[in-house]
Design a protein around this ligand. Structure first.
Ligand SMILES: NC(=O)c1ccc[n+]([C@@H]2O[C@H](COP(=O)([O-])OP(=O)(O)OC[C@H]3O[C@@H](n4cnc5c(N)ncnc54)[C@H](OP(=O)(O)O)[C@@H]3O)[C@@H](O)[C@H]2O)c1
Length: 301
């Protein structure tokens, strides 16, 4: 298939590109920069220059493709609500591009990225749970936007990501590390038993490919290899890596300590990936979150 990948130069997109190419697909990667274009060409992908706010560039990239995998997002959390709105419009433009009458006339595919989100009291969030409702703190509406472009011409599915990790980046944990570096303590809230689901980046890339090749219309897939790692264990690993003390904080202290991140740090974000494994035959094999964190090179630039 010819696949248009947005965010193709990012942490997750740059793992998806070789996963697709190695499986025989052709990739057209979106990027804004010369450096991004050079890295895409080196990976064997084609380059589509454009911006999430340039809807025509998104429409035209999608229109010449059999499928789109959308992973681009503007990660400036000081403008989170505005960036979620840009994401919504981008998904609608990608859907419109895929709805352009195609060369083959067959149904085309859109795979949208979302998060596994907050846990559900008393049980794990599953693939069959609806998206968590958007709110002032969680204004992301990628899944609602994806559902709105589903049509006989466009098959839509959603990959929900937990904290995706390797030895360099680990989702929101990368920001926790920055806070620990700046403040000289690695903190968690209360007993630190709230858990965050996690999955290795190479396994996540494989899941996008399986969703592309075998996914069902309207399905949600969870790139979850570990259902939940307690925040306290994450903070302890960061403490070991940075050689700083590990402390428990009250929710009141956490607001000042973590800034915008405080909203997430106290949350339980556990989730299951069992249905994804069952439905797509996905078998994550990568290292665990704590193993990757313990092998981070904290003091290298
Ligand atoms: N990493 C995680 O653990 C995690 C967890 C949950 C959800 N997610 C979601 O997964 C997706 C991928 O995350 P990531 O960690 O791979 O992100 P990332 O490393 O920050 O990469 C962001 C990508 O978005 C592109 N981008 C940024 N601003 C853009 C703009 N204005 N126009 C066009 N492209 C733009 C960048 O491309 P250029 O700079 O080349 O243009 C880059 O390829 C995002 O939706 C993210 O919110 C990630």
């Amino acid at each position: 298939m010819r696949v248009f990948v947005t965010g193709a130069t990012g942490f997750i997109g740059s793992a998806i590109v070789p996963e697709l190419i190695n499986a025989g697909h052709q990739v057209l990667g979106l990027t804004r920069s010369d450096a991004g274009a050079a890295s895409l060409l080196a990976a064997g992908a084609g380059v589509h220059r454009g911006d999430l706010e340039d809807l025509e560039s998104l429409r035209s990239g999608a229109a010449v493709s059999d499928a789109v995998i959308h992973t681009a997002f503007i990660h400036d959390f000081s403008k989170f609500a505005a960036n979620c709105e840009i994401d919504r419009r981008a998904i609608e433009a990608l859907g419109a591009g895929l709805s352009t009458p195609g060369v083959s006339g067959s149904q085309r595919t859109l795979i949208v990225t979302s998060g596994t989100g907050p846990g559900i009291p008393g049980r794990l969030r599953t693939e069959d749970d609806p998206p968590f409702p958007s709110s002032a703190g969680m204004p992301r509406v990628s899944e609602e936007a994806a559902a709105s472009v589903e049509s006989p011409l466009v098959r839509v599915s959603v990959v929900r990501l937990p904290q995706v990790h390797d030895r360099v980046k680990q989702g929101l944990i990368t920001y926790l590390i920055d806070v620990a570096r700046k403040t000289g303590v690695s903190a968690y809230i209360g007993d630190g038993l709230n858990r965050w689901a996690a999955g290795p980046v190479l396994d996540a890339a494989q899941l996008y490919r399986l969703a592309l090749e075998k996914g069902s219309a309207g399905a949600h897939y969870h790139a979850v290899a570990e259902e939940g790692v307690p925040l306290r264990e994450i903070a302890e690993s960061i403490g070991r890596g940075l050689n700083v003390p590990v402390v428990s904080m009250s929710p009141e202290q956490a607001g000042e300590h973590f800034g915008w991140l405080a909203f997430f740090v106290g949350f339980d974000m556990s989730a299951s990936g069992a249905l994804t494994q069952q439905r797509l035959g996905w078998r994550p094999t990568g290292p665990g979150l704590i193993s990757d964190l313990d092998q981070m090179r904290y003091f290298e630039a």
